[in-house]
Design a protein around this ligand. Structure first.
Ligand code: PNS
Length: 165
């Protein structure tokens, strides 16, 4: 039984994340999408909102579970009885950070391996940060995120104040 964790902030989930989820869940028996609750960062969406959106967009995938986590990724993977961490690599700019993270995680917990999937080319430019910026300026985000996320993003942006001159 191969169980993997796909960790991230998912603030919010994009089609780039969906690409990795859809491809990973065909490789492993069970995929746990770990949603980081990071007290040091203020996300746009609460962890509950991010989990809810991920649950909605993965509801047809039988071997995918969405689980929030705090603390070290390797502890979360061990607690979930997962021997694999999956991360997406978009471009060379991701590589340095991802290499450092995977090597550190392997030092902390040698029983947990990291596997990288290169993001499909049509999503290689995509990030939650750019999607939020486009949404903040009223741009069309429908090609970047699932419909349910686009709706929640528009709601969130409409409740945020305009900047003062
Ligand atoms: O979507 P992100 O923000 O790129 O995901 C980053 C994430 C959640 C994978 C990373 O920040 C993480 O694993 N955080 C948990 C804390 C941890 O284990 N830190 C040590 C890794 S070197």
């Amino acid at each position: 039984m191969l169980r993997a964790v796909y960790p991230g902030s998912f603030d919010p989930v994009t089609y780039g994340h969906m690409d990795i989820i859809l491809r990973s869940c065909k490789i492993v028996d069970e995929l746990i999408v770990g949603v980081l609750c990071n007290k040091a960062k203020i996300p746009l969406f609460s962890v509950e909102e991010r989990v809810k959106m991920l649950e909605e967009v993965t509801k047809d995938l039988n071997n995918v579970r969405i689980v929030p986590f705090e603390g070290l990724l390797v502890d979360f993977a061990s607690n979930m009885d997962a021997s694999l961490v999956i991360r997406g690599l978009r471009a060379i700019t991701d590589f340095e950070y991802e290499l450092q993270m995977s090597q550190t995680n392997h030092k902390l917990e040698p029983n947990v391996e990291t596997m990288f999937l290169t993001t499909s080319i049509e999503y290689s430019y995509l990030s939650s940060t750019t999607v939020k910026e486009i949404a903040a300026f009223g741009g069309d985000i429908s090609q970047f995120v699932p419909d349910v996320v686009a709706v929640e993003l528009r709601k969130k942006m409409s409740t945020k104040g305009e900047c003062r001159k």
